[in-house]
Ligand binder design. Sequence first.
Ligand code: ADP
Ligand code: MG
Length: 253
Amino acid sequence: MTRRITIANQKGGVGKTTTAVNIGASLATLGKSVLLIDVDPQGNVASGLGVDIGERPTIHDVLLGNAPLSAAISETTSEGLYVVPSSPAMVAAERELIAGADSPFRLRQAVEKLDGFDFILFDTPPSLGILTINAMLASESVIIPVQAEYYALEGLTQLLSAVEYVRDRLRHPIKIEGFVLTMFDSRTRLAGDVENQVRRHFGKLVYETIIPRNVRLSEAPSHGLPVIDYALASRGAQSYLSLTNEILSEAFA
Ligand SMILES: Nc1ncnc2c1ncn2[C@@H]1O[C@H](COP(=O)(O)OP(=O)(O)O)[C@@H](O)[C@H]1O
Ligand SMILES: [Mg+2]
């Protein structure tokens, strides 16, 4: 059985892509087969993993029904980790998709035909538009990265409404897999305050593991590598491995 998880937060720069790529790579290192699907028009999942799009179809072709998902899958240098790249053409996808009645379900239709992966992870744009909705409808659950800064909680209300919309209006029983605190700077009191607030609000849904601000995490994509292959001993790599173990242990709890 494939587990399908969307990484979402409509705020930009909170660590969605970093989280998708590094949970994906950590799962692959732990022996799982993983497909990362990039639905962000600004997508940099593929380039961050050193994958050249070349002439292959992208997620844009898949969403428009011009290519099967299987044709858009590329290998990465990490064993067990595969990627479906986004493309700049995705900027138009919101508009191109809006017409069809089945437009929220395109991604689900595409992934349902695919098997052989233990995990499929969707990286999403910083918006709650049709692309993020497509990813949610193709997933069983959502992981929400929360940057430990002022106003972190404010945007979450909107995000949780989108999850409810998917559940109630679109009748898809998606659950919240967990909230993960990202870019955490333990030297500041603010970070600790935000952590307390998030834990008070969301309790057990907040992962114990906190992702620290760590320069290796921001350097790794420019080397085309996930952080575990770039700097395994770094706190960034170790924290994503720890987070991944939490995700796995909950899955089988
Ligand atoms: N824990 C972290 N420590 C340091 N830099 C980080 C961390 N997480 C993300 N970054 C960097 O912050 C920027 C935004 O992160 P990204 O994952 O692209 O966010 P999003 O996908 O939500 O827009 C990127 O340059 C990324 O390399
Ligand atoms: Mg991103």
